[in-house]
Write a protein that binds this ligand. Sequence first.
Ligand SMILES: *Cc1c(COP(=O)(O)O)cnc(C)c1O
Length: 481
Amino acid sequence: MLKKIKALEEKSRKLEVAKELRDHWNYQTQQYANHFLDVRNKGKTYVGDDQPKQLLEFQDNPRPIEELIDYINTKVDDTGLNPASAKHFGYIPGGGLFTTALADYIAATSNRYAGISYASPGGVRMENQLIKWMCKLMGYPESALGNLTSGGSIANLIAVVTARDYAGLKAIDYPKACIYLTEHVHHCVQKALRIAGLGEVQIRYVPVNEEMKMDTSSLDEQIRKDIQNGFKPFLIVASAGTTNTGVIDPLDDIAEISEKHNIWYHIDAAYGGFFILMEELKDKFKGIERSDSIAIDPHKGLFISYGLGAILVKNVKAVYDTHHYIANYMQDAINPDIDISPADMSPELTKHFRGMRMWLSMHLFGLDTLKAAIEEKIWLCRYFYKKIQEQGFKVGPYPELSVMIFRYIPEDEDADGFNQKLVQFIHDDGRVFLSSTTINGVFWIRMAIGSFRSHLEHVDLSLKIIEEGILSLNQKIQVES
Ligand SMILES: *Cc1c(COP(=O)(O)O)cnc(C)c1O
């Protein structure tokens, strides 16, 4: 038996990587990261993937890191959308700060267990400090807390299940329970409702005004009507920066209504939340401090690499009651004197120590630089809004944040079809990436400026490519006719 154990030991010891090999792998990884940042990241932003790629089979023997990095370089990072590109203006960009990689390196190496306070008091303290910092930013009281999630979707899910339990809803109540939102709410909210077992609740789509913001008198009227008819309103979801057009719902007026009727008020600020750092925009967020919970995504607004969202909750007991659980094998972990554990505030137990990436980035750069980058995005969007109109485009609402919509109205051709072709032209070209949306059956092209890497030259390049697209499409039309 000892012989057997020793033989296995000899093999398994290879998992503890010796210094020399570590240095080699470190060096190769770093070389590739540098190649990516200095060369690849300057290339195309979007490349279509038209050929199936050969996968590397898993085998008993190890492969050299050079072969694996080559695979990543030529078969993963070569096609599709490059979200790290300065010229990525689709969906909601963020860029992905390099400091995220450094923090993940440390967190993955030490493998600290940041789910439970007693296992890593320092790690949990760090995460809770970040959450409290965001709570303060939103004007929440000292007592508020929340959780660092993998992204906005899970943050919104935590809010939905907390609101469900806070209202004391049981399965039998679901068909009469009402949630209020607009058609511009991010689809992860509807998804969260289904996952939360709330597929049968009544979703009331509140009409929007001409600015595409929630119409609050309709909201109030609908709630009154529902109460009169024996329904149970339990959740209002507002957006602080819609994905479609970046507009902020009238947060303060909605707060008034939610307080009057005692309904959980959740704000999805996954995209827009960090713009509150800009002095000039503080007014637009007025009322956010009156909400019960807020979803916010550092992997968008704070430029952290993918995998970091947050849910902020005023009533800590409510979110704790929904998420904590006591198991016999966890008995050592219960200590009321120490910080509230992330595991008690989310569906996760063992988790990525994801706070370190935000903490290290905020410290290494300092808030001043991050704020300047955020403000730059706003001004770039205002610039684009002006310039694109000069190029003859029709635009949607004035950008409150850094997202806006626009479309071209050709002389004698179907406008939707024309704009679809224009988006296709931009994608085929690939230097920049923009995405589109449909609002009330109308096709719009979206400009979303969110990466810390995006500057004036990149916005100008987009304008130039769009101009080229118009010329090319108009030429084609002339040839055809
Ligand atoms: C991106 C986004 C989400 C979803 O967040 P993920 O981090 O992608 O899970 C939710 N709401 C809004 C407004 C968003 O922009």
